[in-house]
Design a protein around this ligand. Structure first.
Ligand code: NAD
Length: 390
């Protein structure tokens, strides 16, 4: 694994002039599977980035991409991100992702998802799929009819159900690690915390924070949701556009991506940003550096929100709720180590996280060079997965 891999700009990457193998090699992918079933309208791409640590796991996304180059860019980018997320979270999983090209509002059918399931099954456990943007429980039930290599499925299908409570717990622990680093104590009692979003993750997060007597401020564009969370936790409701400029200790983005940008950074008065939302830095390097310049500690999104991935990993091994929470509590140490590494090496926190993730992958790769005749971790995980469920 090499961070210096040349990843091109969006225009270059989505250009039809960018040769397929160069595309795949630019992010060091192992395998890319293009699935086509014209009679039922399936156009899907499955990308397996790296399986050093275990089977590639990542959700399937259905999106109305403008063209296949955009779909290819998305699946290559997202699957690589999953490799880093699993690695830094201490999971024995590789990185993978799938995209189905189509309008999730009008182009879904049983046949489409069952066909996708067959392609996943054909990979024999090298790729394990899950729900992502544009996909719902019904779609996953159809996929599950054709393959065992599905996770994050509802309780009634033998799965672990909604991962949001575990994600929220991980964010809570990561927030405490940031507080320890910034203030020398990880107590959140009396800390002023602004939460953006009052959805699945934040409703649970607000409960943890309220139980620790934090002073909460919350916003959502959905009045009903925000009022409900405020009622349950004593949080003060704030207008969505006012959430960035509050004079608080911690800002917790739990709604949208791209919200750390030129406009919001100039408004922030917080010391710490720690939340569940994915891809919150509009431009990773530039806005990551701007946060440092403003003296704001940033907990990398893909690390602090890994509770959901941890939860589905535990589902693969036979789900135990306590184990999922125990593993998610380690996000505290992971975030603390990343902040320390970034401080000692004068690097951005998300870059520090990438370096530490690569170190873990490289060390496991070295260990795998030791000849052990009966060892086959991926196979064992696959066997456990099937044994527990079937
Ligand atoms: P959700 O859809 O339940 O909640 C998101 C909330 O944000 C909604 O209530 C929505 O109304 C609100 N919102 C939208 N625009 C807003 C705005 N401009 N201002 C304020 N609020 C706004 O989603 P969730 O499952 O709670 O996930 C929240 C974030 O965390 C997402 O970015 C998601 O990708 C990420 N995440 C979630 C999980 C998980 O386990 N659910 C895991 C990892 C990452």
């Amino acid at each position: 694994m090499d961070q210096s891999t040349t990843v091109k700009g969006i225009e270059e990457e989505t250009s039809s002039d960018f040769p397929l193998f160069d595309r795949i090699e630019s992010r060091e992918h192992e395998q890319v599977v293009v699935c086509s079933e014209p009679q039922i309208g399936l156009k899907a791409i499955i990308a397996i980035h790296d399986t050093t640590l275990g089977p590639a796991l990542g959700g399937v996304r259905m999106w109305n991409y403008n063209n296949e180059h955009e779909a290819m860019r998305d699946v290559l980018r997202l699957s690589r991100g999953m490799t880093y997320k699993a690695a830094i979270s201490g999971l024995n999983l590789g990185g993978g992702k799938a995209v189905i090209i189509g309008d999730p509002k009008t182009e879904k059918s049983e046949a489409l998802f069952r066909a996708f399931g067959r392609y996943v099954d054909g990979l024999a456990g090298r790729y394990i799929t899950a729900e992502d943007v544009g996909i719902d429980v019904q779609d996953m039930e159809w996929v599950h009819m054709e393959t065992k290599y599905v996770t994050g499925i509802p309780h009634y299908l033998g799965g672990s159900g909604d991962p949001s409570p575990v994600t929220a717990y991980g964010v809570y622990m990561g927030m405490k690690a940031c507080t320890q680093k910034a203030y020398g104590s990880d107590s959140l009692s009396g800390r002023k915390i602004a939460i953006q979003g009052a959805g699945h993750v934040s409703s649970h997060l607000a409960e943890y924070l309220s139980n620790e007597n934090a002073e909460l401020y919350i916003s959502d564009i959905d009045e009903e949701k925000v009022n409900e969370v405020a009622e349950n936790t004593g949080a003060t409701v704030v207008d969505p556009e006012d959430i960035y400029g509050l004079d608080v200790d911690i800002f917790s983005p739990c709604a949208l991506g791209g919200i750390i940008n030129d406009d919001t950074i100039s408004q922030f008065k917080c010391d710490i940003i720690a939340g569940a939302a994915n891809n919150v830095l509009d431009e990773e390097n530039r806005h990551g550096q701007m946060l440092v310049d403003h003296g704001i500690l940033y907990a990398p999104d893909y690390v602090i929100n890994a509770g959901g991935l941890i939860n589905v990993f535990c589902e693969l091994e036979g789900y135990h709720r306590d184990r999922a929470y125990k593993q998610a509590s380690r996000i505290y140490d992971t975030i603390y180590d990343i902040l320390t590494y970034a401080e000692n090496n004068e690097t951005l926190t998300f870059q520090a996280s990438n370096v530490l993730a690569e170190k873990r992958i490289d060390s496991v790769q070295r260990i795998h060079q030791i000849y052990a005749p009966n060892s086959n971790f991926s196979g064992r995980l696959g066997e456990m997965y099937m044994k527990d469920r079937y």
